[in-house]
Design a protein around this ligand. Structure first.
Ligand code: FRU
Length: 396
């Protein structure tokens, strides 16, 4: 569990479900109307909460009735509002959204006339208390100062920046972030028709870069590495795309906090976003799968490993050990590659070891410690599991 501070907007969304988006001069009836708390950072923090993190939003509120509703909803989402500024002047930022029932597409009309978080306010927050800071790429009056002090005072906590829209001067801030997530809107506005070209145009060897492009998938570049592409997950029915990008960002932050390499983190985020678009809203995003067993103990043996993906998109190595089970993240600490990258994971049942197929590191099955090979004394990351009476194995 990590402590995450998100800096951005809290918005009141009014969502109208419609048969199709209205055309000019059309009059139509909506199939449903409801309000929900929204805003990119707010949505991402909500998903991060569901992934087990402690979150806090740094934002501004108006002093109107809608702001009260927003605050109540933020608390229901489990997001702390400790770092929020209230303004007498201005109104709650609002979005009026049509959600197409046919294909889950959404259009957003956004209204705001509320001041954004000021540098002076932000500067009083003990940012060192947080494990990760995530900024919306907006508020260009105060964002440079906020990023600057964050970069100056934080020693090891990553800073991520979401760049959704082009804004004057935002490029000058890129060097302050450890992770930048670009949207295709930004890329297109800058004249690119794919994420690879955008990432290649940036000279940021120290930064993890990601560019999401809806159905065209995601381009990403681990700091200093080459640009890779991941296809979008194919889903049969899209229900609701509102907040899919925010969910992706949350998944990415979560997986990187778990020390997954960027490629795995992008894959996880992609799958989480795919899950989101197949359900309405952001509630209980993980619920259905959480009750799903990973596997049954009868399917495991003491002489070979079984590699499976869990609901968080992590690749896990499971093996029976005596009458119980051992479960590890499928990642060799030597070079951060899957243990079965080159070949299967060999097991020696007499020595009670398993071997990474890449550079022959031998690990104790019992505690995951490397007892021979290039990462001697380092250990596989253990994952807690529980077994029920039927032998079904679940994440603990
Ligand atoms: C979805 C969203 C909505 C909000 C709008 C703000 O990504 O955050 O909740 O109204 O975008 O741009």
């Amino acid at each position: 569990m990590a402590k995450i501070l998100g800096i951005g907007n809290a918005v009141l969304d009014t969502i109208l479900t419609v048969e199709h988006h209205p055309e000019a001069n059309e009059e139509m009836r909506a199939l449903d109307k409801h309000t929900a708390t929204g805003g990119n950072v707010n949505n991402s923090l909500y998903v991060l909460n569901q992934l087990g993190h402690e979150t806090s939003i740094c934002t501004t509120f108006a002093a109107d009735a809608e702001a009260k509703q927003l605050q109540t909803d933020l608390h229901k989402r489990g997001i702390s509002t400790e770092h929020t500024q209230t303004f007498i002047k201005g109104r709650t930022p609002s979005s009026y959204i049509t959600l197409n029932v046919q294909n889950g597409d959404r259009t957003i009309v956004h209204y705001r006339d509320l001041p954004e978080v000021s540098f002076d306010f932000f500067a009083k927050i003990e940012i060192e208390d947080y494990d990760w800071l995530h900024f919306e790429g907006r508020n260009l009056t105060h964002l440079p100062g906020m990023l600057n002090i964050s970069k100056t005072f934080l020693t090891h906590q990553p800073i991520s920046l979401e760049v959704e829209k082009p804004r004057d001067g935002i490029e000058a801030l890129f060097a302050q972030a450890n992770l930048i997530i670009f949207s295709h809107h930004y890329a297109k506005a800058k004249g690119f028709d794919n994420g690879a070209d955008l990432l290649a145009s940036l000279n940021l060897a120290q930064t993890n870069l990601v560019c999401t492009w809806g159905e065209q998938g995601v381009w990403y570049q681990q700091a200093g590495g080459s640009t890779e592409h991941l296809a979008a997950v194919k889903v049969s029915t899209v229900i609701d795309t509102l907040g899919a990008g925010d969910t992706f960002n949350a998944g990415l932050i979560h997986a990187l906090l778990e020390k997954q390499p960027l490629a795995d983190a992008v894959r996880y985020a992609n799958e989480l976003a795919a899950k989101k678009i197949q359900q309405p809203g952001l509630d209980n995003l993980l619920a259905e799968n959480q009750n799903k067993p990973l596997i049954n103990i009868k399917q495991l043996t003491n002489t070979r490993t079984t590699v499976i993906d869990d609901q968080n998109g992590r690749s896990l190595v499971l093996i029976k050990y005596e009458e119980g089970v051992r479960c590890y993240i499928n990642n060799c600490p030597h070079q951060d590659v899957p243990l079965n990258e080159a070949y299967k994971i060999d097991v020696n049942p007499f020595e009670k070891t398993l071997k990474c197929s890449v550079h022959d590191a031998f690990f104790n099955i019992d505690d995951g410690v490397c007892i021979d090979g290039p990462c001697w004394d380092e250990a596989l990351q253990s994952v807690a599991v529980k077994i029920d009476e039927q032998g079904d194995i679940y994440l603990a």
